[in-house]
Design a protein around this ligand. Sequence first.
Ligand code: SF4
Length: 155
Amino acid sequence: MTPSNTPSFPTPNSGVSLRGHHLLCLLGYRGMGYSDAYVANMTSIYETLRLHPETLVHVVAGPDELCAAFPDDQPNHCREETVYTRDDAILRALGLSPTATLPWSEVEARVHAHIAGADLIDFCQTCPWRPYGVCEAGIEHIRAGGRLRALPDSP
Ligand code: SF4
């Protein structure tokens, strides 16, 4: 990909709305997802946060900007009770309310201070993505002082 056609992923003026558990899902994101459209949306949000960590995150209690791209032809879990419970547990661990607004860099700082990769065994018991190990690795990367990593197929 040449510089002339590299997406710039500008900071959205309004920030990004994210539910509690997606704050951790983003740390483990490696370009996998439920559909091409879901991956395109998640990549856009991920790259915005990676390249502009000052971007404001608006925590929401329920479906967010990642859920908005969940495919219509797959069983939708975004409103399941277990997912709300996961959101609550992760926000509690991060010391955040479900109406908080903070820069993405502060989310990373709170993960660094309060969450370990092994915590996903409790938070994410029913998530089919956990066995891949990417989320645990992403959290440990932040705990080691890192920031969001470049995606595997990034130029
Ligand atoms: S295991 Fe699932 S819910 Fe937990 S952080 Fe990873 S993708 Fe998100």
